[in-house]
Write a protein that binds this ligand. Structure first.
Ligand code: MN
Length: 205
């Protein structure tokens, strides 16, 4: 096989780190540079490396992360693909300078329809994130009927596995906040609301 073809194929089959759309120190105090160094630079990099190694020679080689998360059986490939997808959505949904702290358009209308108002939605999402026991994720997702729902997932779960569309995700593994907040998960969550880029979340609908 020629070199160009080989490199094109390896590009297609390779899972990559998302590029951060902000400097590593820009999300402080919600997320410190030190947490970005570990959470993005070490944890996510490890999931990406693991996934690239694990899929080789399996039916998942060359599949997208979304395809793997949707259909892979529980196990190492699913866990690492889930965490690559989760953290990609997570790190790309933040901005140091949000133009606004509330959604607009279709998303704003759907939140009003399904949660009554934005404050109720925020309370429910925060409560679910505070109450999730152990390591996991809390998602705002669009279900198959087109309704917005809050979904709690253990470990590296993603609502995509149930045919839903993930819109906004909170990582409640301790590695997401322990360096900055120790046991104070609620304080970390309160600060996360201040750095959400609602335009990104709206575009995921
Ligand atoms: Mn994480």
């Amino acid at each position: 096989m020629n070199i160009l073809l080989t490199s094109i194929i390896s590009l297609i089959m390779t899972y990559n780190m998302p590029m951060l759309p902000y400097p590593k120190n820009a999300l402080a105090p919600a997320i410190s540079e030190e947490t970005i160094d570990y959470h993005y630079g070490k944890h996510l990099q490890t999931y990406v490396n693991n996934l690239n190694a694990l899929v080789q020679g399996t039916p998942f080689e060359g599949k997208t992360v979304e395809e793997i998360v949707s259909v892979a059986p529980d196990g190492a490939i699913f866990n690492n693909a889930g965490q690559v997808l989760n953290h990609t959505l997570y790190f790309l949904q933040f901005t140091p300078n949000p133009e606004r702290h509330v959604p607009e358009g279709k998303l704003a209308e759907a939140i009003k329809r399904d949660f009554g108002n934005f404050e109720n939605f925020k309370d429910e999402m925060t409560k679910a994130s505070t109450a999730l026991f152990g390591s996991g994720w809390v998602w705002l997702a669009l279900n198959k009927e087109g309704k917005l729902v809050i979904v709690k997932e253990a470990n590296g779960g993603n609502p995509l596995r149930q045919g839903m569309k993930p819109l906004l995700g909170f990582d409640v593994w301790e590695h997401a906040y322990y360096l900055d907040y120790q046991n104070r998960r609620t304080d970390h969550l309160a600060n996360l609301w201040k750095i959400i880029d609602w335009k990104v979340v709206e575009n995921r609908m």
